[in-house]
Design a protein around this ligand. Structure first.
Ligand code: HEC
Length: 149
């Protein structure tokens, strides 16, 4: 019982400490969340590449991965808050200094991801492959300008 009573107090102390540590902690949390989202997107992409290249036989999973990216794509709208730039990180400063170009690249990606999601269950392989290539181009189109190696 004492354990359960102690927990709210500990939680309160912890959040007070986090608040006191200020913006730095928030920045890193936002950057880590962003990386986690892109790793999830990248995971679905790698899985599709493996299936398409025939490295694994899991054709039946293709639609799931396509829809996974389509579901995650809109999240990229809110994972670049102004205070989440980390010096030396993989998200380039140009994301915040050239927001119009960045928004354009993100929009291309949103449309490409939605288009792939839309044909995922159609069984139309040619349409799927066309949408898949367009999506790959949208990833690259943003990475070339806005992701540091
Ligand atoms: C609008 C821009 C944009 C688009 C579109 C985009 N990315 Fe990224 N991606 C980034 C940025 C910026 C980073 C670096 C994020 C960071 O480290 O804070 C990144 C990072 C990554 C990472 C590395 C994760 C990490 O640990 O940092 C992977 C994997 C990735 N993207 C895959 C993809 C794939 C696959 C697509 C397309 C399906 C895609 N991205 C589309 C901007 C984009």
């Amino acid at each position: 019982m004492a354990f359960f009573q102690a927990r709210p107090l500990r939680a309160a102390i912890l959040s007070a400490a986090l608040l006191a540590s200020g913006a730095q902690a928030a920045d890193e949390g936002a950057a880590e969340y962003r990386e986690a989202i892109f790793e999830a997107i990248g995971g679905h992409m790698s899985a599709m590449v493996g299936i398409i290249k025939g490295e694994v036989p899991h054709q039946q999973d293709l639609a799931l991965h396509a829809k996974g990216i389509a579901a995650l794509a809109p999240v990229t709208q809110h994972i670049f808050p102004a205070d989440s730039y980390i010096e030396g990180g993989h998200a380039k400063a140009e994301i915040w200094s050239d927001p119009e170009t960045f928004a354009e690249r993100r929009q291309n990606f949103l449309e490409a991801a939605a288009a792939l999601g839309a044909v995922a269950d159609s069984g139309d392989q040619a349409a799927f492959m066309g949408a898949f290539k367009t999506l790959g181009g949208a990833c690259k189109g943003c990475h070339d300008s806005f992701r540091a190696k």
